[in-house]
Design a protein around this ligand. Structure first.
Ligand SMILES: [Zn+2]
Length: 56
């Protein structure tokens, strides 16, 4: 029996993932922290992130 992920669950998983605008590195972080500029890309040390979005 295959269990599907709830759309809400899936959304929550992807909403926490951000992509560095500079080097495309994917990181998982609290959206509030990203918006507050507390999250720095481990690869290029920049703070420009966009949320990762999965097309349905
Ligand atoms: Zn980066």
């Amino acid at each position: 029996m295959v269990k599907k992920l709830f759309p809400e669950t899936q959304q929550r998983l992807f909403e926490r993932v951000f992509v560095c605008k500079n080097c495309k590195k994917k990181i998982r972080a609290n959206p509030a922290h990203v918006r507050a500029g507390k999250v720095v890309c481990p690869k290029c040390k920049r703070k420009d992130f966009r949320p990762k979005r999965r097309p349905a």
